[in-house]
Design a protein around this ligand. Structure first.
Ligand code: SF4
Ligand code: SF4
Length: 472
């Protein structure tokens, strides 16, 4: 509950403020098994994010979402707007993975791979290098503004801004070739949209990871609001073993378990380190809270405390049942419950469908539309001609020749040539004149098929349906 503080008292009128400003959190640095995992993911995700745009294959950027050319390049894959279904499939796979991981072990995504966590971790690391760890940072903030404070704060913000701008630059490089972008940036000739998105994304990174931090997780992220709907009593969450830990209290390190237990104490020495390392500033000993992003920093630090006290590890850990009184079941029993089977089966099914169809998709696409500017007409002695506009999209990295046939009415044939050359990873519109010999079909609309195949033995064939109009 937000405390209500009186802020004025004039003429017997009390004005109260319902607003409480956020207290600044100074997370203490922590090391341990989970922390190493988090840093591994920081490295992996950032090497991928910053590194991918610099990789080239087939003379082009390996991963490029070229919006102006309406083409997406993902290594050997060339996708057209017609392939948007695969993007939908990938989003469904991402959502199902999130459901699955959350049901298994809570907010794994938040604690280890979410960009907000990753960039906050990087920005915090910079802050520690320049301003020191928790106590030094608190002291610096409380102290008067002097040269030391000015230099340290200035340096920190400079490095943060540089990381933000580099992140914005890299983000835009997924849409504009990075070499081109770097050259434009060097010459100071960036386009207005490129400049806008570099600054916008850079500022968002700087603001979210430098200033907002845990507030993004607590107040802005929608996932935090509904993730608990995916929890059940077997979800592995970060929790404090109350039975073992309470009553908490300080004690000399030399005091044995029999002695402190006789004094009514549990294993928690009430050092407060689990609160000090928490990036959202909560006390996990108060139970599951929506602010907890499952970063496991409190597990690492508490384990180090337990080691120093020569107590068993795991006072804070994954897997204790959260307040439901359910028995602690083995890890495998927790994992292999019906909900996890269902999520896994659906995820597997969708993944096989998406990646299977991606692997089997035709290396080119065809669109055929009737040319609305040219209606069916009689040419020569009873010969009927219809004109179509055909788009052939070559989704391979080499130039291709396609052979065109048309069928559906006896004698139907294309008179505008049956071979079409399309450059690598390009789309080409061609006008196709199709003629029917005299008296081969009644007046009206007749279904026909265009067969387009790669002009080589065992070439892939694509069939497109259309209609042929015979005038009265
Ligand atoms: S770190 Fe462990 S011992 Fe220290 S207060 Fe937290 S739970 Fe208790
Ligand atoms: S309570 Fe522990 S796991 Fe949760 S956010 Fe804080 S430090 Fe991370």
């Amino acid at each position: 509950m937000i405390p209500v503080a009186p802020i004025a008292d004039e003429d017997s009128t009390t004005v109260t403020s319902l607003y409480q400003s956020e207290r600044k959190i100074y997370p203490r640095s922590v090391s341990g098994w989970f922390s190493r995992w988090r840093w591994t993911l920081v490295w992996v995700t950032q090497l991928v994010f910053y590194g991918l745009p610099w990789i080239s294959i087939n003379g082009r950027q390996a991963v490029l979402f070229d919006l102006s050319a309406r083409r997406f390049y993902i290594f050997e894959l060339v996708l057209y707007p017609q392939d948007l279904i695969y993007l939908t499939g990938l989003l469904i796979i991402s959502a199902l993975s999130l459901f699955l991981f959350t049901a298994v072990a809570g907010r794994l995504w938040c604690g280890y791979a979410c960009p907000q966590t990753v960039y906050t971790e990087i920005f915090l690391w910079v802050e520690r290098q320049i301003e020191g760890d928790r106590n030094q940072r608190m002291k610096l903030d409380q102290g008067a503004l002097g040269l030391n404070k000015l230099l340290r704060k200035g340096a920190k913000h400079l490095v943060w801004a540089a990381i933000g701008l580099w992140t914005g630059f890299t983000f835009v490089a997924y849409f504009t070739p990075i070499q081109e972008l770097a050259h434009e940036a060097y010459l100071g000739s960036l386009g207005p949209w490129e400049l806008f998105w570099i600054l916008f994304y850079g500022f968002a990174t700087y603001g979210n990871a430098g200033w907002m931090r845990e507030q993004v997780c607590k107040y802005m992220c929608p996932y935090a609001r509904f993730q608990s709907a995916m929890f059940d009593k077997d979800t592995l969450i970060v929790s404090y073993d109350r039975t073992r830990g309470e009553g908490r209290g300080v004690r000399p390190r030399s005091e044995g378990p029999a002695d402190y237990r006789a004094r009514g104490l549990g294993d928690c020495i009430d050092c407060g380190l689990c609160v000090q390392v928490c990036p959202t500033g909560i006390d996990i000993r108060d139970g599951l809270q929506y602010e907890c992003i499952s970063c496991s920093a409190c597990i690492d630090v508490c384990n180090s405390v337990m080691d120093k006290m020569h107590y068993p590890r795991g006072l804070i850990g994954y897997g204790a049942p959260h307040g439901t009184g359910a028995p602690v079941r083995s890890m495998w029993q927790r994992l292999l419950r019906p909900r996890i089977w269902v999520y896994s089966a659906v995820l597997l099914g969708v993944s096989v469908a998406v990646f299977g169809s991606l692997a089997l998709r035709a290396p080119f696409k065809v669109d055929v539309v009737r040319d609305r500017g040219s209606i069916a007409r009689l040419v020569g002695a009873g010969t009927v001609e219809n004109v179509y506009r055909m788009q052939i999209m070559n989704a391979t990295e080499s130039a291709q020749t396609y052979r065109l046939r048309v069928e559906g009415i006896e004698g139907l044939h294309a008179v505008s040539g049956d071979l079409v050359d399309v450059a690598a990873a390009s789309a080409l519109w061609v006008a196709v004149r199709v003629q029917m010999p005299p008296a081969m079909a009644e007046p009206g609309s007749h279904p026909i098929r265009f067969r387009i195949e790669e002009n080589r033995p065992d070439g892939v064939e694509v069939v497109e349906k259309s209609v042929f109009l015979v005038p009265r």
